[in-house]
Design a protein around this ligand. Structure first.
Ligand code: ADE
Length: 256
């Protein structure tokens, strides 16, 4: 996968040299090219923003540098997806990370201030796919931190970057549930013991316990995720586990 990032703060992206993303780049699984938006300004002050038409607070990013920047990095032939991090975008999810991980070329257009002049995105949409993506229901200073988070979520899904592919299957959000708690040695720490079942060696019991923990954690922390599961996702044991813990379930019939 090839990623281009356009920002007025390319230094924000220094962490992309580190750890597993740095390793993915060294292995050639991923290229990342950083671009300073001000490269495409032509005035002495290298201006990227101006006051909004119609009035109001804040500044809007001018279309000219953005237009030239995208002309320079978007590939001909419609193979590029432009990702615009913005609090007005669609919420970023693990499913979206999987979709983006399948793209050959992503361009992250990181806006600041009150965002980018809308005509930039409207025009870009004539030559590339454009996805406006929000990290969550809160407002950051700009798209840089969101781009970092999105790139990290995508890189983990590229074949060859996560050592143990099973961890991608069992992790939180893979099957619409949160993952349950994890434990390692020592078996007792500050008087707190690791649950006996995990030391039993009984793989059937361990799998059932882990599933129960995932269900209970999801019910407690993210009832919205539990409610969004298709009926067929919960079997008789699952329903019994949740009812036993006092969670009300509406589905009358479930798979055996
Ligand atoms: N830029 C500012 N706030 C943002 C958010 N919540 N998500 C993505 N990009 C942003």
């Amino acid at each position: 996968m090839n990623i281009d990032i356009i920002s007025i703060f390319p230094d924000y992206f220094a962490p992309l040299e580190l750890s597993l993303i740095g390793r993915a780049r060294a292995l050639g699984l991923l290229t990342i090219d950083l671009h300073d938006l001000r490269t495409w300004t032509h005035d002495v002050h290298r201006t990227v923003d101006d006051t909004p038409y119609g009035g109001g607070p804040g500044m809007v990013m001018r279309p000219e540098p953005w237009g030239e920047a995208l002309d320079a990095v978007v590939a001909d032939g419609g193979t590029t997806r432009i990702v615009v991090p913005t609090p007005t975008g669609r919420p970023f999810t693990q499913a979206m990370a999987h979709d983006l991980a399948r793209e050959p070329h992503l361009v992250f257009a990181c806006g600041r201030y009150e965002g980018i002049d809308q005509r930039v995105l409207d025009h870009a949409a004539t030559t590339a796919a454009v996805s406006e993506v929000s990290l969550g229901d809160y407002v950051l200073f700009g798209g840089e931190v969101a781009a970092l988070a999105i790139i990290e979520a995508i890189t983990r899904l590229l074949p060859g970057t996560v050592g143990n592919a099973a961890s991608l299957v069992e992790e939180s959000h893979a099957a619409g549930l949160l993952e349950g708690p994890g434990y390692t040695k020592p078996s007792t720490w500050r008087g707190l013991a690791v649950p006996e079942v995990l030391r039993s060696g009984d793989h059937g019991r361990i799998a059932r316990w882990r599933r129960d923990q995932a269900l209970l954690r999801t019910a407690r922390q993210r009832p919205d995720l539990l409610a969004a599961l298709p009926e067929s996702a919960l079997d008789r044991h699952d329903m019994a586990c949740l009812r036993g813990a006092g969670f009300q379930l509406s589905a009358p019939d479930v798979a055996e």
